[in-house]
Design a protein around this ligand. Structure first.
Ligand code: PMP
Ligand code: GLN
Length: 377
């Protein structure tokens, strides 16, 4: 049989770094501070609500947009925390995790010839999906050590062909939480170029030192051109559940839903019921978790700096970034592989979050782990 070429975008890709490094950690019995998942499961009450639904039903296809009780709970969450109003019937879509949500947004909104802006470092799922959708990527690279969005950088990437920008705040991997000044600047460009924003806000509650997470969609003029993506995995330390959601204006949610209907169509009803319970009754867990993570950030920052890493500031997320140049001249990926083999600690090289010519001196550690796990490493 003649071997035909696969889709050039996916055929040319390697396996995502998170699977690669988790497999390497397992092979060497290393402490896995690579892939971002907590080593303790979130609230029992959420799991019990889902377990009850598994036993008693419903267990057949839920509505394509998601169970209405979960859509209502997502709306109530945005009202409570940000004073934002979304209509559960037309402005909220439930997905199989934020990964699917983001894919639906990119597939639903961009097409051949459109330009899409990525803020680098950028999450690794964005570029292949944008390319597969036919978009041309323009990269806005945030510069170390402050990693701030500024006017000159925005002016260099926005063009008449800009269709959308992907905005991840709090930002994986470098833990920036964009402040109001940066978001207002972004809003000015979105309005000037009549472009959309897809806001990946999966770490919305994981912000530290009294900082505030500001959804871009809450800024004047942004309600009609922005969608906001959330994930129960991050909110409730249930990353394997893969329940996500998208909120935005109906005219954007509609084409995004068309992509969703053929990507997954819908997602597990029992888990949706569990997450609805969480959004209604367990937000205290999410807020306490942020406080605990802040302490763990301080713990790991001290340990890393004692070990000779230069530790960059971390305002939110599960992750802290360090420079390795004080320790080695190796590129980041080789260093992470060696760290796993020789020191029994697994981290993620930051170059995977960049297109061509990204920095090779930065490494990310996940601190969403038990204190003992961090202390052991
Ligand atoms: N966006 C970012 C920035 C992430 O770090 C992750 C991590 N998992 C996701 C999206 C995907 O979330 P989910 O597990 O809900 O698909
Ligand atoms: N978002 C997680 C991280 O950055 C990984 C999720 C995944 O493995 N796809 O570590």
């Amino acid at each position: 049989m003649r071997r035909r070429d696969p889709n050039p975008v996916f055929g040319a890709l390697g396996t995502t770094i998170f699977s690669v490094m988790s497999a390497l950690a397992a092979k060497h019995g290393a402490v896995n501070l690579g892939q971002g998942f907590p080593d303790e499961d979130g609230p029992l009450a959420i799991r019990e609500a889902a377990a009850k639904a598994l036993r008693e039903g419903p267990n057949q296809y839920p509505p394509m947009q998601g169970l209405i009780e979960l859509r209502r709970a997502v709306a109530a969450h945005s009202r409570r925390f940000y004073d934002l109003e979304f209509d559960p019937e037309n402005e909220i879509l439930i997905t199989s995790g934020a990964t699917e949500a983001l894919t639906d947004c990119m597939m639903g909104l961009v097409g051949p010839g459109d330009e899409a802006i990525l803020i680098e470092p950028a999450y690794d799922s964005y570029p292949p999906i944008l390319k597969a959708a036919g978009a041309r990527i323009r990269s806005l690279r945030l510069e170390a050590p402050k990693f701030r969005i500024d006017e000159a950088a925005l002016a260099s990437v926005f063009t008449e062909n800009t269709k959308l920008i992907m905005v991840n705040s709090p930002l994986n991997p470098i833990g920036r939480v964009f402040d109001r000044e940066e978001l207002e600047l972004l809003a000015t460009f979105l309005t000037r170029y009549d472009a959309y924003a897809v806001c990946d806000e999966v770490y919305e509650h994981l912000v530290f030192d009294g900082r505030e997470h500001i959804p871009l969609i809450s800024l004047p003029g942004m309600r009609e051109r922005t969608v906001r993506v959330g994930s129960a995995g991050k909110m409730f330390s249930l990353t394997g559940w893969k329940i996500g959601w998208i909120e935005g204006p109906q005219h954007l949610i509609l084409p995004i839903t068309k992509a969703h209907q053929f990507n997954t169509f819908t997602t597990s009803p029992a888990l949706q019921i569990g997450v609805a319970h969480g959004l209604r009754h367990e937000m205290g867990y999410a807020l306490d978790n942020a406080r605990e993570l802040q302490e763990k950030r301080d713990l790991i920052a001290k340990a890393l700096s004692r070990a000779g890493f230069e530790v960059l500031s971390c305002e939110g997320t599960y992750f802290i970034t360090t420079s390795i140049r004080g320790l080695t001249n190796e590129p980041d990926r080789a260093f992470c592989e060696r760290l796993t083999r020789e020191a029994g600690i697994t981290a993620i090289p930051l170059s995977v979050f960049y297109g061509e010519d990204g920095p090779t001196d930065l490494v990310r550690f996940a601190f969403c782990k038990k204190r003992e796990t961090i202390e052991e490493s």
